[in-house]
Design a protein around this ligand. Structure first.
Ligand code: FAD
Ligand code: 2HG
Ligand code: ZN
Length: 482
């Protein structure tokens, strides 16, 4: 398929220079003559696992500029990779060859915010954390949060249908995104940037772009429903003797905390040691942790601190002394007593991916399996590759049934990859799980898609891709199997 596409030539870069100021173009081709080193950060992904050879990065500032670029690339059959913050974990945001990189970072304006409805409309290149900062004085929050918040962009979040740490409470972007503006592969602008909660006027086309990973068009504008900021929040960190008690802790937390529970995160002992070794931080004193094998971070978000505190106390009481007279479900626990403590408990959980990256080259598996299988699945991977790698850690979003397994190796090798794949995907399929709970398919998994999608679904996906992009210029080689 790639062979039907054209390679970039100086005349293309010359044309781009009529659309954008030269300061918005990085290229090794004339008339720009930049150095390849300048393009390196755009060609390599966050993990250093996928590296492309693009000779040109374009940073448009407006939807019109994106449209003109796409029109030209469509006519010339030049492949394009849309790129947000480049924090994706499946190789979707970097070229497989020498595609043009269309980087959205210069499209970073808030368009409108309505404090009554809480609906925010903004450019796709706005960084997630900047949006949270914008909303702060209005006493609203973004409905999603993730460890990459300081770099990832809302357009990238939409395009990967990012899940993250608040999904348990606010649901997925398929519910909170109300409208999108998208530049199609041929340069036409699809304006569905509505701010309506209800709109049953035929097929909901925007949903196709949520999670399309840049294979159907370039998201340039996003309309999103933002919740009111909670008046009171608390983080509760728990050390469990083993994973076996976790399902009971989760059920008790849902019962006692009911409407105020907003996150329930799990990580294993290996993850705890990794972060602690990397940052020096301790979520609890060593003596309190003992030989605990599983850890939980629960967040509450409510409207009344006293009322919420009472619920948390009742929960802790039951966890230490279960009503049925069983042994305690937890070894120890800590409650955040200040905004700083709240932030540092979260930083501990959010720091796992970074600590893994600092420790070696990481194979990442992001799967949906029943919560009861989290530890078995992680252990099966340990048994399979443990002797070949530095560490295998398991953690994830319990409320979403989403387990992350990070296999940390000295270096990426074919041997390790072949031990892991399709092994892990076969385990996932045996549970009718998902081979990608929240990170997407990207370049990493198109050939494994069949473990989670039947042949009819894959056939329809190919037809949808063909309908939007019959020339195959949008992020080729990603998501849809060839
Ligand atoms: P990029 O990485 O630049 O792109 C991702 C994909 O979207 C690519 O296929 C790209 O082509 C496409 N794309 C980007 N922008 C656009 C656009 N405007 N239009 C069309 N296509 C576009 N993910 C989760 O789901 N939950 C988490 O908790 C989570 N935590 C993370 C923590 C860390 C430390 C890191 C590094 C990553 C994490 N991720 C998580 C993965 C990643 O951050 C998210 O997938 C994020 O949403 C990607 O946004 P981005 O702007 O960096 O997109
Ligand atoms: C998280 O939940 C992210 O921390 C990253 O989704 C997971 O790096 C990973 O595997
Ligand atoms: Zn995650």
């Amino acid at each position: 398929k790639l062979s039907t596409l054209n390679k970039l030539e100086p005349k293309d870069v010359e044309h781009f220079a009529t659309i954008l100021p030269k300061t918005s173009i990085l290229s090794t081709l004339p008339p720009i003559h930049g150095s390849a080193d300048d393009l390196d950060p755009f060609n390599s992904d966050w993990m250093g696992k996928y590296v492309g050879q693009s000779q040109c990065v374009l940073k448009p500032r407006t939807t019109e500029e994106v449209s003109k670029i796409m029109k030209w690339c469509w006519e010339r059959r030049i492949p394009v990779v849309p790129q947000g913050g480049n924090t994706g974990l499946v190789g979707g945001s970097v070229p497989i060859g020498s595609e043009v990189i269309l980087n959205l970072s210069n499209m970073n304006k808030i368009r409108t915010f309505d404090p009554i409805s809480g609906i925010l409309v903004c450019d796709a290149g706005c960084i997630l954390e900047s949006l949270s900062e914008f909303l702060d004085p209005h006493k609203h929050i973004m409905p999603l949060d993730l460890g990459a918040k300081g770099s990832c962009q809302i357009g990238g979040n939409v395009s990967t249908n990012a899940g993250g740490l608040r999904l348990l409470r606010y649901g997925s972007l398929h519910g909170t995104v109300l409208g999108l503006e998208v530049v199609l592969p041929d340069g036409r602008v699809m304006d569905q940037l509505t701010t309506l909660r209800k709109d049953n006027t035929g097929y909901d086309l925007k949903q196709l772009f949520i999670g399309a990973e840049g294979t159907l068009g370039v998201v340039t504008g996003v309309s999103i429903l933002t919740p009111a900021a909670p008046m009171a929040q608390q983080a509760i960190f728990l050390a469990l003797p083993s994973f076996a008690t976790l399902p009971k802790v989760y059920r008790a937390a849902k019962r006692h905390l009911s409407e105020i529970i907003s996150a329930f995160e799990y990580f294993d002992r290996q993850s705890y040691n990794l972060v602690s070794g990397h940052t020096g931080a301790k979520a609890l004193e060593d003596s309190e942790i003992g030989d605990s094998q599983a850890f939980v971070l629960i967040e509450t978000s409510g409207g009344d601190a006293n009322h919420d505190q009472e619920k948390v106390n009742n929960l802790l009481e039951e966890l230490y002394e279960p009503a049925d007279g069983e042994e305690a479900l937890i070894n120890s626990g800590a409650l955040s007593q200040s905004a700083d403590q709240f932030a540092s408990l979260w930083a501990f959980r959010e720091g796992i991916a970074e600590a893994a990256g600092k420790s070696g080259k990481v194979y990442k598996y992001d799967i949906s399996v029943p919560v009861s299988e989290f530890v078995n699945t992680t252990n099966r991977v340990r048994e399979r590759v443990g002797h070949k790698v530095k560490e295998v850690v398991g953690y994830g979003h319990v409320g979403d049934g989403n387990l992350h397994i990070n296999v940390i190796a000295e270096t990426y090798t074919k041997e390790i990859e072949e031990l892991l794949e399709p092994f892990i995907y076969e385990v996932v399929a045996s549970h009718r799980g998902s081979i990608s709970a929240e990170h997407g398919i990207g370049k990493m998994k198109p050939q494994h898609l069949h473990y989670s999608k039947d042949a009819v679904s894959i056939d329809l996906m190919k037809k949808i891709k063909q309908l939007f992009d019959e020339r195959g210029i949008m992020n080729p080689g990603k998501v849809v199997p060839m």
